[in-house]
Every structure is written in structure tokens, then in C-alpha cells.
Design a binder for this molecule. Structure first.
Ligand code: BEZ
Length: 238
């Protein structure tokens, strides 16, 4: 008897084009990522409507929406619930829920109806070891060209750190604008990493201070200062 080979689940990876789909959302139909060309997007999943951790996350996302907009970043949510459930849940959040000083919170970013789980499966948001009928808390950061730049997963029980999500956007934009990398726990105003040069000759020049403003402590470890103001201005202009 021949065994049918198990089909390995697929998921997009960092550097891949974001898989495209058409979806029905609380803000009408969207074509993803085409409708978002030119913007950064945080595309995220949550396990279920009418659940407490997800409620706190939606209130936090909604309260940060303007801040993300200033970073040219839009929000798109998804769960494997239907549109009427989404609408009822978001209305309940607005009418009743108070969390950490937030109340009367209106969620105006699109929340995708993915009752068939088609999109969640396409993006590897269903992790059966955790739950086969709910999406985990996945975060896909998609850049203005529609390329996936960061993927973060959290289990059902763990609410996301929104300060970190904002930091990821600022760090990615800083890396793009200045052609640098950002070290552990980087915040705007901290030194950035100047990637190692392609040749030893260039690296040696760097060690001798050939690149203005670059400090090297070894051939592979060079930093430079970029002020928080320069970061803010440059990413706003990008
Ligand atoms: C919540 O959002 O509270 C939640 C959802 C699914 C499982 C556990 C918690």
C-alpha cells in the first residue's frame, strides 16, 4: 500500500512577496497587498472575537493607529470569525470595554473575515499544536513594495508588546533609509551598526577612520551615531 505523503504546511518567509488575497473586511473588500502599495503594513491575526486578550490588543492597536499612520504604516487584522461577529465585537469594545485608561475605542482599521481559514492557512497563522481552529497571534510587517520584512508569532495566551511592534517599524525604516543595521534593544538616538564592508581593504580604511563618523572596534564591528531627530526626519521624508 502506498502512503500519501503528508503535505507540508507552507508559510511565507522574510524577504518573500506577501501572498496576495482578496478579503471581505469590516471596512469593505480589500486586495492585499496591492491596496497597500506605498505603505508599510502590520498584518496581524488574533485567535477569536469576544476574547479578553484580543480585546486589549485591539484597543491598543486602535489607540496607536495615528502614531503608526505617522510612520506610513497601516493596520490590517484577521481572525477566523465572520464579519457579523467582528462587527458585534468591535461595537461591544466601543460601547463597554475600559482597559488601561482607554475607553470608547473605535476600531477603524479593517478586520478580515476568514471563516474559511484560507488566508490564515496561506500565511501559516494556524498552528495545530497550539489550536487547530484558531489563528495564533501572528504579525507580518510588509513594506511599501509588498515584501515581508518581519514575522513575529505569539501563542494564544500572550498579548503582544506594542512598543516592540512600533520599534520594529522604526528600526526597519531606519535600516532602509541609512543603509545600516540596528543592534540589540536599539532605540532612535542609539548608535547604529555600519555593516561590514565587502572587502578587507575597505574594512581596514574604516578602522583607520576613513569613513567620517564611523567608529570601529574591530573589522566587523563598526558603529555610527544618528540622532533621534535625524531618524525621525529621515523616515518622515522617505
Ligand atoms: C484571549 O484573547 O483572551 C484568548 C484567546 C484564545 C485563547 C486564549 C485567550
Amino acid at each position: 500500500m502506498t502512503e500519501t505523503p503528508a503535505v507540508a504546511p507552507t508559510m511565507p518567509r522574510i524577504g518573500d512577496p506577501a501572498p496576495s488575497f482578496t478579503a471581505s473586511t469590516t471596512q469593505g473588500e480589500i486586495q492585499f497587498p496591492a491596496d497597500y502599495a506605498g505603505s508599510w503594513v502590520i498584518f496581524f491575526s488574533h485567535p477569536a472575537d469576544f476574547t479578553p486578550v484580543c480585546t486589549t490588543e485591539f484597543m491598543t492597536f486602535a489607540s496607536m493607529q495615528e502614531d503608526f499612520a505617522k510612520l506610513n504604516t497601516k493596520l490590517v487584522g484577521l481572525s477566523v470569525d465572520g464579519l457579523y461577529s467582528h462587527i458585534a465585537w468591535l461595537r461591544t469594545i466601543k460601547d463597554k470595554i475600559v482597559f488601561r485608561g482607554m475607553e470608547d475605542v473605535e476600531v477603524t482599521f479593517p478586520l478580515i473575515d476568514d471563516i474559511t481559514m484560507e488566508i490564515a492557512r496561506k500565511y501559516g497563522m494556524i498552528m495545530p499544536g497550539e489550536d487547530s481552529t484558531k489563528a495564533v497571534r501572528a504579525v507580518f510587517v510588509v513594506d511599501p513594495t509588498g515584501t515581508i520584512r518581519t514575522i513575529i508569532y505569539y501563542p494564544l495566551s500572550l498579548g503582544r508588546n506594542f512598543d516592540e511592534l512600533r520599534r520594529v517599524i522604526v528600526a526597519l525604516q531606519t535600516a532602509d533609509v541609512f543603509a545600516v543595521a540596528t543592534p540589540a534593544d536599539w532605540r532612535p538616538g542609539d548608535p547604529v551598526i555600519v555593516p561590514p564592508a565587502g572587502s578587507c581593504g575597505v574594512a581596514k580604511d574604516r578602522m583607520e577612520g576613513a569613513d567620517e563618523g564611523v567608529t570601529c572596534v574591530d573589522w566587523f564591528f563598526c558603529t555610527k551615531e544618528i540622532s533621534a531627530e535625524a531618524v525621525t526626519e529621515a523616515i518622515a521624508a522617505a
